[in-house]
Design a protein around this ligand. Structure first.
Ligand SMILES: [Cu+2]
Length: 313
């Protein structure tokens, strides 16, 4: 992670967790369709990327260019805890965080007693705690559960976990280009899914208050329901903010120079998978990655309390 990296645990931490593991690939054992709310988008051209002054040069957001993509469908929401639970119930899939035995949780999401039990802190990013037993079913570690949060985005899922879900549900991760045209909601060159206005509170779930120590009164750091806020012009809820969303591409900071203008997709192995959208930890004072052109990445086995995924087909 370059630049301001509130977004995700440091790559080194992710890499350290990524000891060679064999992730079981699930085969469908249930004929029940997973209730995914699909949005059909026609193919066509759009202006992808941005040359904003508030972007991050090292993220490769630009140079902006016109790209062309084919028709596809994308989910109106990120995958929920209920949807991921259907998958696990049908396949007995065990996520990477569960195999490793811990995952990264933002420190203010963790109960003080659990917080004190965490010894090793990722260097340079003290707000990320490697919490034992944190996983999609226990988002804040021991004592937490997804009860009452079945309509929240599933988190603590690695890129590999997301792939396994897609294999079961008969879908796939969107490419970055597909993700971006969907997130733009039909607007041309706007900074956010809703346009350029900065009334974030009614638009997206990003950090409120002073990052990282002082959340605003009445706002709790963490994901909210996948439909808590109105959709963009294409019908996508929380296109940005709430949780990061894995994409199909390998990450490259030279993406816009490397990939074709028709159906662009970065297939050159880089060790890091692209993610889009920013999360509840992004804030104008620190990190602007809730813009539609913003990009980030992490190791494909990394997991955290602010990263999930949205599916396409
Ligand atoms: Cu951020």
């Amino acid at each position: 992670m370059n630049g301001r990296s509130c977004c995700m645990p440091a790559p080194a931490a992710g890499a350290a967790l990524a000891a060679p593991l064999s992730v079981p690939v699930s085969t469908p054992v249930s004929a029940d369709p997973v209730a995914i709310d699909w949005i059909a988008l026609p193919g066509g051209s759009f202006r992808m990327g941005a040359d904003d002054a508030d972007g991050y040069l090292e993220d490769g957001e630009g140079p902006a260019r016109d790209v062309r993509i084919g028709a596809f469908e994308i989910a109106a929401t990120t995958v929920t805890n209920a949807q991921f639970r259907d998958f696990v119930r049908a396949t007995q899939y065990v996520t990477e965080a569960e195999q490793i035995g811990h995952s990264h949780v933002f420190y203010l999401q963790v109960e003080p007693a659990v917080r004190q039990a965490v010894r090793q802190l990722p260097r340079g990013l003290p707000w990320w705690l490697p919490v034992e037993f944190a996983c999609w079913q226990r988002p804040e570690g021991p004592g937490s559960s997804i009860d009452g949060r079945l309509d929240h985005p599933v988190v603590h899922v690695s890129w590999h976990d997301a792939q396994a879900y897609c294999g079961w549900a008969g879908c796939r991760l969107p490419t970055e280009a597909e993700w971006e045209v969907a997130a733009r909601g039909g607007l041309h060159a706007a900074r956010f899914p809703w346009g350029d206005s900065t009334d974030f509170e009614s638009r997206c779930n990003v950090w409120r208050g002073d990052f990282p120590a002082q959340p605003a009164a009445g706002w709790r750091p963490g994901p909210v329901s996948v439909r808590a806020l109105p959709p963009n012009g294409h019908g996508l809820h929380h296109a940005t903010g709430n949780v990061w969303q894995w994409c199909a591409d390998w990450f490259s900071p030279t993406y816009h120079g490397d990939t074709p203008v028709t159906d662009p997709r970065q297939d050159r192995i880089s060790g890091r998978r692209s993610m889009r959208g920013g999360s509840f930890l992004c804030h104008a004072s620190y990190c602007h990655r809730y813009r539609v052109a913003a990009r980030s990445s992490n190791a494909p086995s990394s997991t955290s309390s602010n990263c999930g995924f949205r599916v396409a087909r």
